[in-house]
Design a protein around this ligand. Sequence first.
Ligand code: PLP
Ligand code: COI
Length: 341
Amino acid sequence: MTKNIDWQNLGFSYIKTDYRFVARWKDGSWNEGELSTDHMITLHEGSTALHYAQQCFEGLKAYRCKDGSVNLFRPDQNAERLQKTCARLLIPAVPVNLFIRACKEVVKANQEWLAPYGTGATLYLRPFIIGVGENIGIRPAPEYIFTVFCCPVGSYFKGGMKPSNFLVSEYDRAAPNGTGGVKVGGNYAASILPHEQAAERNFADAIYLDPKTHTKIEEVGAANFFGITKDNKFITPDSPSILPSITKYSLLYLAKERLGLEAIEGDVYIDQLDQFAEAGACGTAAVISPIGGIQHGDNFHVFYSETEVGPITQRLYQELTGIQFGDIEAPEGWITKVELD
Ligand code: PLP
Ligand code: COI
């Protein structure tokens, strides 16, 4: 039985669901893992996750299709990105098949929390790994916990497919050769203050510039940036210190193969926003969120409109979400079905 939730008006908040998957690493290997009903974790006080941020995470969604079946969108890509993140933090990699099995088991066990097709809501999966166990020096943890929990979610940015405004932060979220390109909690710790500063001024989130020259857009706090130029090119920043967004790579492909646009990763100079007819933020949580305007110092630049969504952003949204919800044929390998019984 599907839960009785106001699916249309869900935001992006924690909702406790029934089961999470937990696997443990000790003495050189991951155990099989199992579902648990316990949403609390007890940790050693010296755990590296607590002191030295030896932890990382992922985010992906499960989608209810018209025929009742359930899709995961490119979970192999999340598994591979998690492995790259693990390598950067000397965390033992979670095998791809363990990652995908964990996600499937969590969705199946919590299927009552999956929004009905047509509501726009999804089941957000949050896989994460923490370094745990007795320790005090700066070194890899002796043990690790890999968990996947899930929450039903709606839009990340208020209004979803309505344009939001963003504020260029004076802070950096990541260093030039730091950890910006992997999904570690430390990057997000650095972004909490800039986000609050943006929110206090009624902006949806902060935008970060490149940490070396502060002249180019890097990304939004919780999503990558893209722009559509006035001559119909899809451009998204190319930088080693932004998170390689799976949604961004999917849009690069769809813009080229399905919309016939030139699609490129390149420099997006903050003082050259005039070249863009439309702009947006993209990510698993953000999906595609149109950017109305960007405040940079005293300058407020409006792209397509502060209230209307541009036509190409709209088409990209329809193509992406159509694929995710199973209404439009997906490129090969993009959809993994979850067996529900
Ligand atoms: N950039 C940041 C900082 C993020 O937190 C996310 C979310 O995962 C993204 C970009 C988008 O990445 P993806 O499309 O893989 O969800
Ligand atoms: C995601 O889109 O999955 C994210 O991780 C963004 C944010 C909620 C941290």
